[in-house]
Design a protein around this ligand. Structure first.
Ligand code: DAH
Length: 335
């Protein structure tokens, strides 16, 4: 027995399907729900297919009527799905834009620009002046061996000069360098003369803190080795440097002693009516040259070591070295 289906039945089913579909599509919240609806309505096992399946049971002349009606429905549902998909996507985008929006007219928070610490600018200025005189820059480690810090600089064990440079020792015998002079040795190991080099860096001494002493401070080392260098070259270089740094101030050389230079001198500048010691210097001791495998009959040179804090304090009229290390912005912002 075959079940007969009437044209009216199928038409009514299609109309119902259309109304149902329109409602469901309008209510779909997102793309996934719409896709689910599309499969349920227009898919192979969907509701439209079911109606069309029953079409074969209609009398022949009625079939195209339902076929046409079904096509109209299919197009309508496709269009509704596409429109709704566009709408939910636009809504999602609008929501995201609203959530991520920036108020570009909002007043900004002030982030104050930083600037160089006065000690760093002092080092840069010193390096600059020596660069202009043809010097290269080099650096060495702050943790040194006894050899580089003392022995190679003609300060053997038990030499009284060691007493003036007591420092901090590591368990393995290494130490925190007491001056930048070891960079002279390190540089000469890797660079045959002629040499013109400066080496800025941090140095350490076992010193109590007061207005003029700090256990950590900074030096710049100067070294020139060449044929025919003598004390006049040292004097000329140091004077030219000091006059560039401080302006045209009186400069005086005083005889002094350092184990690694001979003769040695300390240099003073006249600043606000009194003589201020600013650096040590001298002609590189032949013992240091020989230790580096250089023939002192052929090569000679001069060296100097200057305390950066002293230069910085004189330049800016700072009365207490501790101000340079306490990071008080009320002080630092003046520079
Ligand atoms: N290294 C010495 C110190 O820290 C300073 C110094 C003196 C360095 C004379 C030199 C020099 O290169 O020639 O006390």
């Amino acid at each position: 027995m075959s079940i007969t289906v009437s044209l009216e039945d199928l038409t009514a089913q299609l109309e119902q399907l259309e109304a149902e579909a329109a409602r469901a599509i309008a209510a779909a919240a997102d793309a996934a729900a719409l896709e689910q609806l599309r499969v349920g309505l227009l898919g192979k096992k969907g509701k439209l297919s079911a109606v069309l399946g029953a079409m074969g049971k209609l009398p022949g002349p009625d079939r195209p009527v339902i076929g046409q009606r079904a096509n109209v429905l299919k197009e309508l549902v496709s269009r509704l799905l596409a429109e709704r998909l566009g709408a939910v996507k636009a809504a999602a985008l609008a929501e995201r834009i609203a959530a991520e929006s920036l108020d570009v007219t909002a007043p900004c928070r002030h982030v104050p620009p930083g600037h160089r610490h006065p000690l760093i600018s002092t080092i840069e200025e010193i390096v600059d002046i020596f660069s202009g005189l043809g010097y290269r820059m080099s650096e060495g480690p702050e943790i040194e061996t006894d050899y580089y810090n003392f022995t190679a600089l003609n300060i053997p064990e038990h030499h009284p000069a060691r007493d003036m440079q007591d420092t901090f020792y590591l368990e393995d015998g290494r130490l925190l360098r007491t001056h930048t002079s070891p960079v002279q040795i390190r540089y000469l190991e890797n660079n045959p003369p002629p040499v013109r080099v400066i080496a800025p860096g941090r140095v350490y001494r076992r010193d109590a803190v007061d207005a003029t002493h700090s256990p950590v401070f900074h030096q710049v080392e100067v070294l020139a080795i060449d044929e025919g260098l003598d004390f006049t070259h040292l004097r000329g270089t140091v004077t030219a440097f000091l006059q560039q740094f401080f302006g045209d101030l009186p400069v005086r050389f005083r005889a002094s002693y350092f184990p690694f230079t001979e003769p040695s001198a300390e240099v003073d500048v006249q600043w606000r009516g009194r003589w201020l010691e600013v650096m040590g210097c001298g002609m590189v001791d032949p013992a240091v040259l020989t230790g580096m495998g250089l023939d002192p009959e052929r090569w000679s040179g001069f060296a100097a070591g200057l305390g950066v804090e002293r230069f910085c304090m004189v330049r800016h009229g700072i009365d207490d070295i501790r101000r340079l290390y306490t990071s008080d912005l009320r002080f630092l912002e003046q520079f």
